[in-house]
Design a protein around this ligand. Structure first.
Ligand code: SAH
Length: 248
């Protein structure tokens, strides 16, 4: 254990990681498993920032290294996701209170979506941390206005985020997921893998996703523009606000 607790920050996009490094005063890079881990401080907290890499296996490897080699005591994940739930719009933020792998299917040996060996399909981050993250995101978003981008006031949602090794970008795939998992608010490619690693190591974690697209036929068009203009500013503002508040 580090005396004040060390926080791992996983960013999904290079732009998001860069925005974070820009506000870290003293980071040094340590290379492990072909990844660059940035060890330093942010708002007086001991942090390690890293790019998660895309997909469940990549994100699980990155999380495992953060936990075992860098000894982080909690893990925060920020990134973008496709909106699935009704009323979950581009520019909104979803805070996960449960995560599932939508492409996990070992039926008929196990029920569809169940994680073999765990006897669970959804994993939930600790309620207190989720609540703290949600309140912080609400505060940050109340100060952000996206009218210039044609987006309305961003809203915060809390609920199920689903992950799988597919970029969902057509109306049909999107409808299939909505039908199979009607409670899902957002779809992405890493969160549930990070959740499973943290579950196994019993380390608190939070997953926050800004909605970059609606996972439909326009997803590939919306996506790059959104990441550079909005998502990376959000995630650094959210992380900074959280760390300021999480004083040891
Ligand atoms: N074109 C991008 C591809 C990124 S893949 C690139 O230039 O790298 C999409 C990333 O954003 C993943 O990390 C995933 O978690 C998230 N994501 C955003 N929208 C998504 C969607 N509709 N379906 C799945 N993942 C999505």
């Amino acid at each position: 254990m580090h005396p004040t607790g060390r926080i791992g920050i996983m960013a999904a996009m290079p732009e998001e990681l860069q925005a974070l490094l820009d506000v870290m005063p003293d980071e040094t890079m340590v290379r492990r498993a072909g990844r660059e881990f940035w060890v330093g401080h942010l708002h007086g907290r001991d942090v390690v920032a890293v790019l998660s890499r895309i997909g469940k296996v990549a994100a699980a490897t990155t999380s495992t290294v953060l936990l075992t080699e860098f000894g982080v005591d909690q893990l925060l994940f920020t990134g973008v996701a496709g909106g699935l739930g009704d009323g979950v719009r581009v520019g909104d933020v979803v805070v996960a209170d449960a995560l599932m792998q939508h492409d996990m299917d070992a039926s008929p040996l196990f029920p569809r979506f169940e994680l073999p060996g765990l006897g669970l399909d959804a994993l939930s981050p600790p309620g207190a941390l989720t609540q703290q993250v949600r309140e912080t995101v609400e505060r940050v978003l109340s100060e952000v206005h996206l009218e210039a981008l044609g987006l309305g006031q961003a809203r915060v949602h809390q609920g199920l985020i689903i992950s799988g090794d597919q970029f969902i970008h057509c109306a049909q795939a999107c409808a299939g997921l909505r039908q199979a998992l009607p409670q899902a608010l957002a779809v992405e490619m890493e969160g549930a893998a990070v959740a499973q690693v943290c579950h196994d190591f019993q380390v608190p974690y939070a997953v926050v996703r800004t909605i970059s697209d609606r996972a439909d036929d326009d997803a590939h068009i919306d996506f790059p523009r959104f990441v550079s203009t909005v998502a990376c500013h959000y995630s650094v503002a959210i992380i900074e606000a959280l760390l300021r508040q999480m004083r040891p």
